[in-house]
Design a protein around this ligand. Structure first.
Ligand code: PLP
Length: 397
């Protein structure tokens, strides 16, 4: 018996997440400082946790409507309208999902026929290309570059377009680069989507964590609401990763198609998490602001330190990641991360874990304490000094 032959071809061919492998090593190192994990270091604000506890106490332990609690969908509608702009009908234009992860998967499965093409930018969140593959689509990466602070580049998308493209998959602010897009670029992307008749899946999960200017949603542009699926969730800004709750807002025909898959594979998001999500949307904004201030202070610190020590690093406009360039050290990004971890016990993630366009960079998450960032950047500086002295002794030989 060959067990491998029982695994579907398109699943067997999927790469393992580069991040998970790396962090299996980190978990064995008790003194390592991890700047690798893509989740807030803050505990979910107390009032939000309390809402879940109250719900449990009241015996709210059932399934919910497949679409999510109506009370939550109403709050989502209100919040999205005030924060992102467009109005969505809680009855049939909103689906509560098990995190944005589920929304990405279900939306691609609902839209793609085998072989349909998806344009997306790289470096990007690790699940995009695998999710397209799992939906039998073809993923077409479009690079963003450090010269433009990894901002979304409409012209690059226009050049990459080819017959068979059906979806434009975007994330801004972007994991892992902190890049984003200004209104002018978004307008050009919107025109491109209309001209090529593309459905846009717009993952705006880091929207509240925008430090430069205001977040501007693609769905709020004229003509875009009917062809855009806006994805958002509670994991990042509200520090609720473990609650596993997110949502999709979009045209009723698409939400309906997604519902068909969601009802069979998930049924509904956990009710206790949905109760917490209501509290997050109604009273959580001051806590979000408090956390955002901390992230912003940490961002300014790490970016300054990297540039001082000779690692060129653009200013991330949003998210909680910096994406410095390490190519100048003479090491590729994978060797850089492995040696930094072994020799200085600091964990950062190779940029290529987020696609080949992340070559020569590493992702540094500043969702850890300021003190940890001070210590980690000091260790990185002494690592760079060691690399430089190795370089000199090689020259001498
Ligand atoms: N989208 C992006 C861009 C992310 O960075 C992440 C998590 O890191 C997700 C989606 C998944 O979020 P969730 O916890 O809501 O599933």
């Amino acid at each position: 018996m060959n067990p491998e032959s029982y695994v579907a071809d398109h699943v067997r061919g999927l790469p393992r997440s580069g991040i998970r492998d790396f962090f299996a090593i980190v978990s064995e190192m008790p003194h390592a400082i991890s700047l690798g994990i893509g989740e807030p270091d803050f505990i979910t604000p107390w009032k939000i946790r309390e809402a879940s506890i109250f719900a449990l106490e009241k015996g709210r332990t059932s399934y919910t409507d497949n679409r999510g609690l109506l009370s939550l969908r109403k709050e989502i509608s209100r919040y999205v309208s005030s924060f992102f702009g467009p109005d969505y009908d809680p009855a049939d234009e909103i689906l509560v999902t098990v995190g944005v992860s589920e929304a990405i998967d279900v939306s691609l499965r609902a839209i793609l026929n085998p072989g349909d093409k998806v344009l997306y930018h790289e470096p990007c969140y690790v699940s995009y290309a695998p999710s397209v593959t799992l939906a039998f689509g073809e993923a077409i990466p479009v690079g963003t570059s450090p010269e433009n602070s990894f901002a979304l580049d409409p012209e690059a998308f226009e050049r990459a377009w080819e017959p068979g493209c059906k979806v434009l998959l975007l994330n801004f602010p972007t994991n892992p680069t902190g890049g984003t897009a200004d209104r002018e670029k978004l307008e050009r992307l919107a025109n491109f989507a209309v001209e090529k008749d593309l459905i846009v899946i717009s993952d705006e999960i880091y929207a509240e964590l925008t430090y430069e200017g205001e977040h501007f949603s693609l769905a709020s542009l004229p003509g875009m609401k009917e062809r855009t699926l806006l994805l958002h969730g509670f994991s990042k800004a509200f520090a609720m990763t473990g609650f596993r709750v997110g949502f999709a807002c979009g045209p009723d025909w698409l939400i309906d198609a997604m519902m068909k898959i969601h009802q069979y594979c998930m049924m509904c998001a956990p009710i206790l998490s949905q109760e917490a999500a209501i509290e997050a949307l109604t009273h959580g904004s001051p806590e979000v602001e408090r956390m955002k201030e901390q992230y912003c202070r940490r961002r300014d610190f790490v970016v300054r330190r990297f540039n001082e020590m000779g690692l060129s690093c653009h200013l991330p406009r949003g998210s909680f990641y910096a994406f410095p360039e390490v190519a100048a050290t003479g090491l590729n990004e994978v060797d850089f991360c492995h040696r930094l971890l072994r020799e200085k016990e600091v964990a950062v993630v190779p940029g290529t874990a987020f696609g080949s366009h992340g070559k020569g960079h590493v992702r540094v998450s500043f969702s850890t304490s300021y003190e940890n960032l001070v210590e980690a950047t000091d260790r990185m500086e002494s690592f760079l000094a060691r690399l430089a002295s190795e370089g000199k002794s090689e020259e001498a030989v």
